[in-house]
Design a protein around this ligand. Structure first.
Ligand code: GLN
Ligand code: ZN
Length: 757
């Protein structure tokens, strides 16, 4: 039985790649040393996977930064401004594309489908020509071969590459360029074949999206051409969803094998079995490559055995649902979790062990793996019945939720008057999004506290001091609604997760977010509840320092869900409701403590949107309901804010309206208020603060330019609905940027008030 991984995490079990990259960028090691470290990581990954029983080892799954960028470099899709000479793409050019240079911004970055991994968006010129500029897939294939490993090179498929790319002039579309791109892929395949490659894995995750006829014909055209180009066997890999309406097209493609995601889309197996030609090899993505839970092996075998009977073992392969990129490397080096939780989890290495067991169970029968199955059964049973997972009180509370609890007692116009009476804000009120600069002193004070070098008292007195300074500064420059600065928070999700029951945390569970940046998502393992208030003490302290309204700051339920590893034994929407109830209690406690403005951040609401249009209304309905459940338990006088940061929210504008937050702040400075186009047709009923200060740039905007942005906004949205604020939190900026920028923002609001009066 062929066992494969589709791709292995590239960052290294202890983030070795991150450390090498950062040393290279800092000039501490040279190119040769970086390449040597990278080779060591690849060699270790091959040896490890081989040792665990993987028979189709991936190569070219490694990347120094991002595999989509690698593909752009491979085909010579490098915008002119980077000054590439047409030869092999050197590291300087590569990292300029990835990270920018002093005078040159990096390529745009965006989320890889619905994961939290970010790729660099290839940028194609209208007259883009492609050449085989870099032979990385071939080089790494040969490198593995020289180490004694026969590998299956992984390529990002040509159609997905073009569909993910954007054109530099905004007019032409990628598919148009397919004919020019195919010869490059054809040449590469020929060279891989000549070098000895037997199978090549070609990733086309766009096959799980809604495609039009044009895109479907592009797939037909592309794979006909590639089949003709070489005799290498292509495994067409699809993941992150079901093929759905693209199934028939996919089954017509002249490829040797097809990979299916059976974790996200288990239901598609029956259809595929019915329709797939007998000679098509099927790669079954039976193990969830996106989550950290141990697989129920008996259940998996029960699903696999009939497939084996039907198709025989010749044409079957086993794999994770997708590349193992979204999961941490090795549970064995994890020290942050208890033994019970450990027995319920599987990281990349453990998932490969599971695949190997399933492979043996299929070929040699269940008896051959009886012990492993018994252990898996025991873990599954223990997890199902553990009191850590289920709380009767929690279930009862969820059941008792009424529709009234998801509605504010009165409609917005009534609330608006009540809020104006207590808050007495000027027109175009000014505020910030919550966090203020996280300085080196703050980080080292936190490190001293967490490592036990500083006492709670010392740490908290330091934080109180920072908060007080921040409040004084905000009063001085004249902001209307103040924030406490979030100095006590390590991260907007982790800070809350650490105070909620139902969450667990890892020490070593790093996954790549982009480039050298890694995150350690917390794990939701059981029912969520809030043992005690989480933010009330800091909010009350900050409010006690000033007469101006102090915003209480919370992370919303959808964002908490989206940025965690979520338990797989409950629907996501149920977990989200539990989070919403915990936050609802927090909101009410803040109100009871005298906080009159409460912001519930939902930056991840948009990215939770399902890949298929048909699934979106359902998601938006429960996501909106969860936000409302969290936010609606307060009186009319209490002003609820929310914040979102992405520029393309036009397609979910109605859902944003349905949140019924009194005030929403959104990112828009970078796109020059493009988002306001949505308001030409949609009349947003409540108040909105389109960001006028692009906090992602170190540039300090002038008062005039921000005033002009406000006036621009006032053309589409009545001025009495507008707020003035930055795009996002200020934690990544320095005080020397933030101080003048926010002072200018206050001045801009004042000028705009006079002009609009
Ligand atoms: N309140 C958070 C902050 O200011 C919001 C962060 C975000 O939107 N990502 O940092
Ligand atoms: Zn933001």
């Amino acid at each position: 039985m062929i066992v494969s991984t589709l791709g292995f995490p590239r960052i290294g079990p202890r983030r070795e790649l991150k450390h090498s990259l950062e040393r290279y960028w800092a000039g501490e090691i040279d190119q040769a040393a970086l390449q040597e470290d990278a080779l060591a990581l690849r060699a270790a990954a091959w040896a490890r996977q081989h040792g665990l029983g993987v028979t189709h080892l991936p190569s070219n799954d490694f990347s120094l930064y991002d595999h989509v960028l690698d593909t752009a470099a491979m085909v010579g899709a490098i915008p002119e401004r980077y000054g590439w000479d047409g030869g092999p793409v050197g590291l300087d050019t590569y990292f300029a594309l990835a990270r920018g240079t002093a005078g040159l911004p990096a390529l745009e970055m965006t989320k890889w489908f619905d994961t939290n991994y970010h790729y660099l968006v290839p940028e194609l010129a209208p007259d883009q020509e492609f050449t085989l500029a870099t032979t990385k897939p071939l080089d790494e294939y040969l490198e593995a071969k020289s180490l004694g490993f026969q590998t299956r090179p992984v390529l990002l498929g040509p159609v997905t590459f073009l569909l993910l790319a954007k054109s530099s002039n905004g007019h032409s579309d990628g598919i148009r360029m397919l004919a020019g791109l195919l010869p490059v892929y054809a040449e590469l395949l020929r060279r891989l074949e000549a070098a000895g490659a037997d199978w090549v894995q070609i990733d086309e995750p766009c096959l799980v999206l809604d495609l039009d006829d044009r895109a479907r014909s592009a797939f037909r055209l592309a794979y006909a051409a590639l089949a003709e180009a070489s005799a290498v066997k292509l495994l067409l890999t699809t993941y992150f969803g079901a093929l759905g309406a693209n199934l028939d097209t996919t089954l017509e493609l002249p490829v040797a094998g097809l990979h299916l995601d059976l974790a996200r889309a288990p239901g598609q197996l029956a259809d595929v079995l019915e329709k797939a030609p007998a000679e098509l090899a099927l790669s079954l993505g039976i193990i969830d490559g996106r989550n950290v839970w141990r697989t129920d092996l008996t259940a998996a075998l029960t699903r696999l055995e009939p497939v084996l009977q039907k198709r025989g073992d010749e044409g079957l392969m086993l794999g994770p649902s997708c590349s193992l990129l979204p999961v941490p490397v090795d549970l064995a080096i994890e020290t942050g979790i208890d033994d019970e939780l450990r027995s319920w989890l599987a990281f990349a290495i453990q998932k490969i062990e599971e695949l190997a067991i399933l492979g043996r169970g299929l070929t040699d029968g269940r008896e051959a793996v009886a012990e492993e199955l018994a252990r898996s059964d025991a873990a599954a049973a223990a997890r199902r019945s553990s009191p850590r997972i289920h709380s009767d009180a929690g279930t009862a509370r969820l059941k008792a939720v009424t529709p009234e609890q998801t509605k504010r007692p009165n409609p917005y116009p009534v609330r608006r008057e009540a809020q104006q009476a207590t808050l007495a804000l000027p027109s175009l009120p000014t505020t910030t999004i919550g966090s203020l600069p996280q300085t080196a002193e703050i980080r080292s004070a936190r490190a001293a506290f967490t490592s036990g070098k500083a006492t709670v008292e010392e740490y908290e007195s330091f934080l109180r001091n920072e908060t007080e300074h921040a409040v004084r500064w905000q009063e001085e420059i004249g902001l209307d609604v103040l924030v406490h600065g979030e100095f006590e928070r390590n991260d907007m999700v982790q800070y809350f997760a650490e105070q909620l029951d139902g969450y667990a945390f890892t020490q070593a569970g790093w996954v790549q977010s982009y480039g050298s940046r890694c995150v350690r998502p917390p794990i939701i393992l059981g029912d969520i509840s809030r043992p005690k208030p989480m933010t009330v003490a800091w909010a009350s302290y900050a409010q006690s320092l000033t007469d101006r309204p102090m915003k209480g700051m919370l992370t919303g339920p959808v964002t908490m869900l989206q940025w965690s590893f979520v338990r797989d034994d409950l629907p996501r929407e149920t977990v989200c409701r539990q989070l919403a109830l915990a936050l609802r209690d927090e909101v009410r406690d803040l109100e009871a403590a005298g906080i009159r403005v409460i912001q519930i951040d939902e930056p991840a609401l948009r990215e939770g949107l399902p890949l298929r249009a048909a699934d979106r209304p359902d998601y938006l309905a429960w996501a909106v309901e969860c936000f409302r459940l969290a936010s609606s338990g307060v009186a009319d006088e209490t002003q609820i804010h929310t914040h979102m940061c992405y520029s393309d929210f036009n397609d979910i504008i109605e859902a944003i309206g349905a949140l019924d937050a009194d005030v929403i702040s959104v990112e828009s400075a970078r796109s020059h208020m493009e988002l306001l186009d949505a308001f030409e047709t949609y009349h947003y009923p409540n108040q909105i603060g389109p960001g006028v200060y692009d906090i992602h740039s170190p540039r300090v905007p002038t008062a005039e330019e921000m005033r002009d942005l406000i006036l621009e906004a006032a053309k589409r949205i009545p001025a009495n609905q507008l707020w003035v604020n930055p795009d996002c939190g200020l934690k990544t900026r320095s005080w020397y940027e933030v101080k003048p920028a926010v002072a200018n923002l206050v001045e801009a609001a004042a000028e705009a008030r006079t002009q609009l009066a």
